[in-house]
Ligand binder design. Structure first.
Ligand SMILES: Cc1cc2nc3c(=O)[nH]c(=O)nc-3n(C[C@H](O)[C@H](O)[C@H](O)COP(=O)(O)OP(=O)(O)OC[C@H]3O[C@@H](n4cnc5c(N)ncnc54)[C@H](O)[C@@H]3O)c2cc1C
Length: 434
């Protein structure tokens, strides 16, 4: 196992760090609203990001979430993890590097399941950063359990008709197309009842009832759409994958999304930790620097240790995705999802606290980080769902104890040890006595 980064790739990472600090972080201050990153009609922002994206492309660092055979410039998930640690420091960086969610996941499923015509029409402009997209799966009455979904689609002649409601469809108002999950085969087993459709945003019948604002958004800047699909008609070739395959398609995209969020969370936590360190050696109380107080040292050490543990889990998961058969990393991705929410909460909470009143204000990035905590634990499936999956996978490998007592019951094990070596010990004892 070698934890060093190849020197050529380290140079790329160094370039990214410098570039993001100098050129991209200012965008977070000039265009702080969540919507501005996805609004392709915002001329001022677009004028600024175009030359920045050109620089990223010239470095071969654009859209690195997809491997070359799927149309991207990918270096694999392990290197992407190292890149995302840097990208995660800054809200605009994913947009500048062509790897913003939910477009990354949508690109992934288009690349994996799209027909050549679908790839040409939707994937290429998405990868080129010309358009943004939406993934419309969660419903107002059901999110974490897709088996409860009711939005349905049925065939009428040469068309599919989609009818139902979706909730928290991020960026629907800016999207050129929406990927919609709908029940098409209610007679099938639960995981084979739904199909995925690509619906162009201009299709009649798509009604955005509300754009819900997250708690860290301005109230008038909601980007989470509550949508009614009112008998939306799409041609037969709008189907993404096979009928009844939506669950499988969704899993392919959600796995990638979760691990990429985890990689970027390492970056956010690193920035929060850096802020803690600076504060600790800047602020004095009781005649000493904060850094000289043991409680503060404890907060810093705990944050660094938890972050490093999480980072190693993320890197190992990325390594498994790169090197093991497809699907092998599922449980590790679940572990990352659970750990991500906890580490993020704990590190950001300490950073806010060490900054005192300033930490509770909106004058540092910590306010945004803090308000992002609940979302990280819910988006892409709540923590509990992943905990259950991780535990279930482990429990499948477990065998019941052989009898009344556990197999690690020491009296029984001592008996077995004596049985194994008792005669040798007796012999050695006899010799000693001689
Ligand atoms: C910022 C953000 C962006 C999002 N973007 C999108 C998007 O683009 N497209 C999209 O389709 N969806 C999106 N979502 C929706 C997201 O996928 C759902 O919120 C998530 O799956 C949880 O569903 P829910 O909100 O209905 O919560 P519920 O399913 O109602 O769960 C609520 C709570 O119940 C408990 N719970 C639920 N299930 C279990 C279980 N099995 N075991 C134990 N406890 C459980 C947990 O405490 C959970 O937090 C987004 C959500 C957020 C926060």
């Amino acid at each position: 196992m070698d934890f060093r980064v190849e020197p050529e790739f380290q140079q790329k990472l160094d370039w990214m760090s410098e570039f993001i600090r100098k050129e991209v972080e200012p965008l977070d201050l000039l265009f702080p609203r969540a919507s501005e990153m996805y609004d392709t009609t915002n001329r001022k922002a677009r004028a600024l990001i175009k030359p920045l994206r050109e620089q990223v492309k010239a470095q071969g660092l654009w859209a690195c979430h997809l491997p070359p055979q799927l149309g991207g410039k990918g270096y694999g998930q392990l290197k992407l993890a190292l890149m995302n640690e840097i990208i995660g420091r800054c809200s605009w960086a994913p947009t500048i590097f062509g790897c913003a969610a939910p477009d990354t996941g949508n690109a992934e499923i288009l690349a994996l399941y799209g027909t050549p015509a679908q790839k040409k029409r939707y994937l290429q402009p998405l990868l080129d950063g010309e358009i943004v997209s939406c993934f419309s799966m969660t419903e107002p009455q059901a999110g974490a359990d897709p088996k409860e979904f009711t939005c349905k689609a049925w065939r009428e002649g040469e068309e599919w008709v989609i009818e139902g409601e979706k909730w928290y469809s991020s960026n629907a108002r800016f999207a050129s197309f929406l990927i919609v999950m709908a029940v098409t085969n209610p007679e099938n087993p639960p995981h084979e009842r739904m199909s995925m459709f690509i619906v162009p945003a201009a299709t009649p019948g798509i009604v955005i009832k509300r754009n819900v604002a997250g708690m860290n958004d301005d109230p008038d800047d909601g980007t989470q759409a509550y949508i009614r699909y009112d008998r939306v008609r799409v041609p037969l070739d709008a189907l993404l994958g096979k009928p009844g395959e939506a669950f499988k398609v969704a899993q392919a995209r959600l796995g990638g999304g979760r691990i990429h969020h985890a990689m970027r969370t390492v970056g956010v936590c690193n920035r929060a930790l850096e802020m803690m360190l600076e504060r600790a050696v800047s602020r004095r109380t009781q005649g000493r620097l904060l850094a000289d107080h043991q409680f503060v040292k404890g907060m810093i050490a705990d944050s660094a240790i938890e972050l490093e543990q999480f980072r190693l889990l993320v890197l190992k998961t990325a390594w498994i995705i790169d090197n093991e058969p497809h699907g092998t990393a599922r449980i590790h991705i679940g572990m990352c999802k659970v750990a991500m929410a906890k580490v993020y909460h704990d590190v950001v909470e300490r950073a806010v606290h060490l900054h005192g009143a300033l930490g509770t204000s909106r004058d540092t990035p910590l306010a945004k980080y803090w308000m992002g905590i609940p979302m990280l634990a819910v988006a892409d499936g709540p923590t509990e769902v992943h905990q259950v999956q991780v535990a279930n996978a482990l429990l499948k490998t477990a065998k019941p104890a052989p009898g009344l007592f556990p197999s690690e019951y020491i009296p029984h094990k001592r008996e077995a040890a004596l049985e194994r070596f008792g005669s040798v010990l007796d012999g050695a004892g006899a010799k000693e006595r001689e």
